[in-house]
Structures are given as C-alpha cells and as structure tokens.
Design a protein around this ligand. Sequence first.
Ligand code: 4AD
Ligand code: MG
Length: 496
Amino acid sequence: MSVALYSMVNVVNHLGMKVYAIKTLLHRGEALVSERVLVRGWVRTFRNQHFIMLNDGSTAQSLQIVVNMAIFDENILKKINVGASLKVIGIVVESQGKKQDVELSAQEIEIYGEARPEEVQKTILQPKRHSLEKLREQAHLRFRTSLFSAVMRMRHHLTFAVHEYFNQHGFFYIHTPIITAADAEGVGDMFRVTALDLKNLPRDAQGQVDDKQDFFGRATYLTVSGQLEGEAAALALGKIYTFGPTFRAENSNTSRHLAEFWMIEPELAFYELQANMDLAEDFLKSLIGYVVKHCEEDIRFLNNRHLTEQMLKPKKERSGGLLACLHFVLDHRFERISYTEAINILQKSTPHRKGQFVHPVYWGVDLQSEHERYLVEKYFKSPVILFDYPAAVKAFYMRLNEDGKTVRAMDVLFPGIGEIIGGSQREERYDILLKRMDQMRIDRQALWWYLDTRRLGSVPHSGFGLGFERLVQFITGMGNIRDVIPFPRTPNHAEF
Ligand code: 4AD
Ligand code: MG
C-alpha cells in the first residue's frame, strides 16, 4: 500500500518528462527499462569520468549514472565533481554491474551547483571515512552522508509511528507551551527566557532584578517538560500526549544528554501505575516493530555499520548487531521489579562486591546508568521496569505509597542506554500533594492552577516521558545522542 502511494507523489511530470525520486526508480527497477526519465541529486562519486553515483536523500542507495564521454561537452564533465548537484535526463537500462538492477544512461546533464574539489577537500563531503566528531563539526553537511541521512530518515519514520500509535489508541495531541513559568520537574535546571536588557537590568527596592518589568510580567523559562499542562488536559480529554522540544540547563556532558531534546509525554486519566507500565511496554514495542517493518533498507545499512563498530570493541563489550538489539526488546517481556528489590540484587552483584561500580549502591540512592545497565544487560537480560522509588529522589508530583517513603514512580531501562522512559502515577490527593510540595520547597503560588486540578474533580491518573533522541539512539544503534538530532545543543555547543 505504502509503495504505490509513495510512487505517485514521487513521480512528477516535468515538461512531459517523468521525474523520479531515486528510491522509486530503484524500487521499480526493471519495470522502467527503456523509459526516459529525469532525476536530480548530489554527486557522491565520479569514477573514471564514466560512472556517477547520484544520491537524492530518498534512500541510502545511490543511482549509478553512466556517462558516455563522447557525447558530453568537456566543460560539463569538468564540473561533475563530488558534492555537485545535477539534473540528469537519461534512459533506464539494465545494469552490467552486480550492485544494482538498473542504471541510467545519461543523455542530458545540467549542473545546478558546482562544488570545487579544492573546497570539497576541506569538508566531510570528501569520500573517505570521517570520524563522527568530524561530522558533528560540519553538521550542516552531514545530512549528505549515508549514515546521517539514514538516521534522519529513521527519525522521521519514528515520529510518524508515534503519532500513528496515539491516534489509533484514542489519544489527543496537545501542544503544551515552550515558554513557561512552571518548573515542572522541580529541579531548577532551566533556561531563562527574558526580553530585559541584560546590560541595564531594572531593579526593585531591594536591589533584586525586577521580573515584573520583563515581557511576561514575571520570570519565565524554556520548559523542561509539558507534563503539568498535559495533566490539566488529560483531566478533561481523558487520554492526551505531547511531543515537543524540552530544555535542560544541566551541565551533563554524556553520550545520553542534550540541553535541547524532544520528549513524548502521554498522560491518562483513570490510569494507575500497572496500566501505565503496560502502555509503556506496548508503545515501545510497537514503535520498534514499526521501523523494523517500514525501514528495512536503512536498518540493514545501520545493522552492517553496527556490526563493524562492534568488531572494533574489546570482546566483552560487544553486543550483537542492531537487529539483535531490537529483538532483545521485541521478544522479551519487560521485567518489572521494585526499586527495593533492585537494590538487593545490586548489593549482591559481583561488580558491587568487587568494587567495580563507580557509584555506591544503598537504599535511597538515585541509580546510575551503570547500575541500570547491569540489571538489564547482565542480570535479567531483558528490558526492565523499576517502580516504587524513594520519594526523596523523585519529583514532587508522584503519588506517595502507603509506606510513606516511596512513590509510584517507574523508569523503563534499556540495554546500552539505561533510562529511556521516566514516569509515574500522579499524586491526585490535594492534601498530600500540598504537603509534598512544601517539603520539596515547590512554590504553591506559582502552581495554583495545578493545585486547582486536585480540587475540582481530581482522579487517579498517570503518564510518562519518553526521550525521543534516546529512542532514536537505541533504534539506530548510534553511540552518541549528538548524532541522532540534526543540530545538537550541549554545554558550549550551539553552532549552526
Ligand atoms: O525522567 P524525566 O526527567 O521525566 C520527566 O520529565 C517527566 N515529566 C515525564 C513524565 O512523566 N511526563 O525525563 C523523561 C525522559 C527520560 O527518561 C529520558 O529518556 C529523557 O526524557 N531525557 C533526556 N533525553 C536527552 N537529554 C536529556 N538531558 C534528558 N533528560 C531526560
Ligand atoms: Mg527520569
């Protein structure tokens, strides 16, 4: 079904000529032999002044274009360099080579934009192996690489899968604000948004910066999560989700943290923690199942890359191919254990006894990714959902358990990544919520509207946040989160 639809919009008539996306052309293959067609794209390589590999981003594969030197002006041939953009009209012919079924025998070539070799030399367009760090420095050009374009296509398909899943399951997409006055996670690592003149700040009588004179008449920030506003919506619409950019001014320079990342946050009225866990598991499996089904070619490419990368690692750090990682999630029931049980397991573990964990393990500690990965990769050998965390390490809005010490939190842990989802059943009881807010020094005044939802028809409800880039990282097998978002934002990096 998707192929037919795809083809229709990717074959356009242009002056009586069929314009093909390279994906469509290669897909139709032999059915197009002898047709005169038009393609456009960027030169990946030009071998022996005879074979152009042209890529237009629609697929990982490039189209081979055969150039008969005798029929082209030398001035044109000179301009066909790596990186140049072309329009080619030609006849589809069966390929002599083994790599592809068809190729294009060029009749007319037009250069849109040249790329001079001495310029290309300085960039990652030069066809050789570049490190991922190098690609990051030229993030504006890395879309042109096979690797990064595959990751971007996967990111697109995953976005689509997210919306499709929720739409099919009766959720409504809510656009929560990006500029907010609420510190949703109560941790204070927020970026300020201001229109004040920083060189000439207005002061109040006490000499403090007078936020009342700022654009919104108060201090405002970039949101860290759409959850609180999402809860208000769920307590009317039943099942909602948000999917938008979120911002954290935490100084974390790890392969799993960004200062600007996209988060997916479903919120459900009348859901308790068990049902929330069921949803998280079904949602993740369904997203992974979707890309396995719809992105076969890019997954094959990324799987090969992943296998090659693994061979460079020491034996005990190697994992199977990317497909094996995806099936690790698809084929296992997520193990569900309480935080307290997890601490017991960790305290009995070999790395703990041998002092191999960098961070200590005791009841009350916030688990680190080394602990999470031990549970997933070594102990259970399946994805894990940990629940009922100590209240002190989790946010103010989580529902307090009978024991008075733990809250109805849940984190979903994945191999290689650690925490991919964080969520909870929310505290719907007004008095208890107030008490926790006071304990955790959360400003009641600022959240008056949130408290209102607990006074006016409050109901049990739950939700979670899935870090979109962590998911893309897992699904593409990329080691660093900076390589799954077009223009990463991290401490000291906001180029482009
Ligand atoms: O665990 P977190 O902080 O939870 C929340 O923000 C809740 N309000 C979610 C909710 O219940 N609606 O973040 C949720 C997820 C994490 O599990 C992680 O996948 C991702 O967001 N995440 C980050 N991803 C990239 N860079 C960062 N700095 C991230 N911080 C969190
Ligand atoms: Mg978390």
